[in-house]
Design a protein around this ligand. Sequence first.
Ligand SMILES: *Cc1c(COP(=O)(O)O)cnc(C)c1O
Length: 426
Amino acid sequence: MSYSTGHVEFIPIPLASCLYLYPISPSPGGHTFSPTHFGGGGGGAMAEARAGSSIKGTIGLLMGIVEENDDKRVISLGMGDPSVYPCFRSPALAEQAVVEALRCGKLNGYAPTVGLVNARKAVADYLARDLPYDLTADDVYITSGCTQAIDVALTMLTRSGANILLPRPGFPIYELTAGFRHLEVRHYDLVPERNWEADLEAVESLADQNTVGVVVINPGNPCGNVYSYQYLKNVAEIAKKLRVPVVADEVYGHLAFGSHPFVPMGTFGVTAPVLTLGSLSKRWIVPGWRLGWFVTMDPCGAFKQPKVVERIMKYCDTMGGPPTFLQAAVPNIIEQTSEAFHAKTLDQLELGADILYEVVNDILGLHCPYKPQGAMAAMVKLDLSVLEDISDDMDFSFKLAKEENVIVVPGVALGLKGWLRFVFSI
Ligand SMILES: *Cc1c(COP(=O)(O)O)cnc(C)c1O
């Protein structure tokens, strides 16, 4: 992979502008700027700070009040990092691939900022297995985990006055990143009674001519749902109508164990361009390796225009990606990890989901509407009417941490008051 950046004058063309192909008529009744739907209010320089906190931040507060003792050890159903549990050991061959790459002694230098071509190619081939069209290495940008892929997507899409449609409840890194990029957030609600599908007419009505994308997280965090082929197809149709790309967070790609198989959003890339975000973190249980990807699944080529590609490449120049030896190991990590490993992970997750669903629904005051079908967490509704001296989900989480040393994330931290998020990947 070779390209030069030094002598090219910077031309600030937002990625969104490549969608000029689609004429957009302004929808009536616009929306006022409100960067902080998760509490607080107002715009300005501090918008990002008020745009809520990360799950890590909330868990940190809860961990601060637990008092570990022999009677009550700390049980964390808060953070979705299964690597700490022996039943979720990362694949040995993947570790070996990294060791070998490191020890060859030839991978201590910088990688191209967009990623090593072999890693890009391996991710392209891996993702294209499930698509009706091919991907090339050039469609893939290697990032520091899916977290950095979120940053790339939101930063590349934003422009003055832009807004993005995010699911609620959602993954707070989106709100935080949008805040730092002065990208207005408009939430669309995931409906518990519909197994967390959104009302797509409501999604459409939130958008206007400044909407630059719609984010879909599938399999879902925090709801543990897996969307059907038909629902995702409908999402693509809405995106097409709105002339915006779909940002598909598939960090839990393939971690589906219910009746719906995992369908990549890129399946509908011909209908609307898809920016797929992913990483090794969840499926390979190596979140600390920080190996992720930002991928353009765009057979019609809106994101392949030279100016757009140049802009993504330049943005990549501003970021340090994952270590070179880790990138070099990616082809072996993907190819050598056995189906048996993936199947075992799914069995473990399904077992956790079954236990969570049954146990929670036996507890008065808690209700999990659907058995989780994928990912690593589920949302549980609090029935405050049967709970004494509990004012809301935040109060419940803090009292549970203090009295029982059990950590669960209050729904308000994810945009859904009155609910709790339970992680079942333990
Ligand atoms: C964990 C997670 C991420 C971040 O993934 P990393 O590869 O650890 O950076 C992004 N999106 C969702 C929905 C997640 O659950």
